[in-house]
Design a protein around this ligand. Structure first.
Ligand SMILES: [Zn+2]
Length: 195
């Protein structure tokens, strides 16, 4: 190999290693598109992000840059609730309540993550339904059909909040695990508001 070829090969290997290290440690979201969206509960600025595998969306109301105690709902997708009008889960109601709270305050963020069935996918959700109807808790039902109790990943949400320049949030959630996980990824959570 020529000296130049040798240098280029080393440079390529170095770059590959650096890229691998960075992607391993962070969700590495990239902003892909933005536009406005009118909803039943006010107008939002929608920002779409991509992490190489999934799309994640932030619906932003008001000026949140450098914002403190910004209301924030981190919401996972659910076809049953959001598309099929299921009466067996409250996902749709939780989204409506969150948007109502944000509209009342005139400022806030909804982060939509593509991680249905606690991150196990719609296949797992459908397979778990009969177990759940027999009174088994959702997490136990996933385990019963061979999936993880909770496979959700909230790194993208943390990255989105950083990208939007939010300083601290009040999470709209009744789930302490979600708050703790986001805190572990560097999000400053100063309170929660139940749905
Ligand atoms: Zn649901």
């Amino acid at each position: 190999m020529t000296p130049l070829g040798d240098v280029l090969l080393h440079f390529y290997i170095e770059l590959t290693l650096i890229t691998f290290t960075v992607t391993k440690e962070r969700a590495m979201i990239v902003k892909m598109a933005a536009g406005n969206l009118k909803t039943k509960y006010g107008e939002y600025h929608e920002v779409l992000y991509y992490d190489g595998q999934k799309e994640s969306i932030a619906l932003v109301m008001g000026d949140v840059k450098d914002g403190e105690e910004v209301l924030c709902r981190v919401h996972s997708s659910c076809l049953f609730g959001h598309a099929f009008n299921s009466i067996e889960c409250d996902c749709r109601e939780q989204m409506e309540k969150s948007q109502q709270l944000i509209e009342k305050e005139g400022k806030g963020i909804v982060i939509w993550l593509e991680q249905e069935g606690k991150g196990n996918g719609h296949f797992a959700l459908l397979k778990s339904v009969e177990h759940k109807r027999q009174g088994v808790k959702q997490a136990d039902a996933y385990e019963a059909v061979g999936f993880k109790r909770d496979a959700r990943d909230f790194r993208a949400a943390a990255e989105i909040l950083k990208d939007l320049g939010v300083r601290s949030v009040r999470m709209i959630t009744g789930n302490a695990n979600k708050t703790e996980t986001l805190t572990s990824y560097g999000v400053k959570v100063v309170g929660t508001v139940p749905t």
